[in-house]
Design a protein around this ligand. Structure first.
Ligand SMILES: Nc1ncnc2c1ncn2[C@@H]1O[C@H](COP(=O)(O)OP(=O)(O)O)[C@@H](O)[C@H]1O
Ligand SMILES: [Mg+2]
Length: 278
């Protein structure tokens, strides 16, 4: 007799840092995220790929409790986004697609702002901020206005702000868009270190196949609000052909080449972000 088939949904386990179940979000007639079921193992650097409009940002906004789902639920760092959103917020960090650091404050002041926001006690703040500045290579620039920083320095500061409270899960929406190769590599090294040293789980979106290959342990390709395929980069390549690159994987599963920027407003805003970061 054949063994009984497994149930179609994955049950949340303590090993999963993120587990979604039938997560759905509609905007009027459009279903941006469509009954999406996805699991991300603890300690993983997980990359979400997909054309513009695939639903990546909408998914991240639901997982970070910024946007309520219409259906479904997700466990993030062991808490439900529906049942315990405040607990989820305490256990995560988020670096949004658009610039979030304040250019009119210094790096240290930006970090102080985050420390207060995350409720880090006054006695601990100074040490935590000094350590963050040191880890991020921003000690010398700590007391300069952020508007004088390079794009790479701003991204490192934003990541420092997002991990000051040592979250279990870090979300980053297109963290390296507009950065030069050197700054991009510095961000990759930083994310690897956060994973190694703080055992952090990282979920990021990217349009950059080189980044997906170099940085991510696991990838999920999204199309029209659903996950088309997921797996390790090498396994995804092998599934398409012996010589296949991730570009081929993307073309195969998502039916086209990947381009940054979205509709007019998003393209304009992304370009503005990229220019400011550049
Ligand atoms: N606030 C909103 N109101 C209406 N439609 C939206 C809104 N946010 C996103 N969308 C639409 O949902 C779809 C998914 O968008 P998004 O999650 O930003 O995709 P991605 O990040 O993959 O480019 C797109 O068609 C987008 O236009
Ligand atoms: Mg997006």
């Amino acid at each position: 007799m054949p063994p009984p088939s497994l149930p179609p949904t994955i049950e949340p386990t303590t090993e999963a840092a993120i587990q979604t179940r039938g997560l759905t979000r509609r905007f009027g007639p459009l279903t941006a995220v469509d009954h999406l079921t996805l699991g991300v193992a603890r300690g993983c650097i997980f990359g979400l790929l997909g054309s513009n409009g695939a639903g990546k940002t909408t998914l991240i906004k639901m997982l970070t409790t910024l946007l309520p789902p219409d259906e479904g639920d997700a466990a993030v760092a062991g808490a439900s986004i529906l049942g315990a959103p405040a607990e989820v917020r305490r256990r995560i960090g988020y670096v949004p697609q658009m610039l979030s650091a304040d250019g009119m404050l210094t790096g240290r002041e930006n970090l102080l702002f985050s420390a207060r926001l995350y409720g880090i006690g006054a006695s601990e703040r100074r040490a935590r901020i000094d350590e963050a500045l040191r880890t991020m290579g921003l000690e010398d620039a700590a007391d300069r206005l952020v508007k004088t920083y390079s794009g790479g320095m701003i991204r490192r500061l934003e990541i420092a702000q997002a991990v000051l409270h040592r979250p279990a899960v870090l979300f980053l929406d297109e963290p390296t868009i507009g950065l030069d190769p050197l700054a991009r590599h510095a961000v990759w090294a930083l994310l690897h270190r956060l994973r190694e040293e703080l055992d952090m789980t990282v979920l990021l979106t990217t349009h950059d196949m080189e980044e997906a290959e170099a940085l991510c342990d696991e990838l999920a390709l999204m199309r029209a609000g659903r996950v088309v395929v997921d797996g390790r980069p090498a396994a995804l390549r092998a599934s398409v052909g012996p010589e296949a690159t991730l570009d081929d994987v993307f073309a195969h599963y998502c039916g086209g080449t990947i381009v940054p920027g979205g509709g007019f407003a998003e393209a304009r805003a992304t370009r503005r972000t990229a220019q400011r970061l550049g």
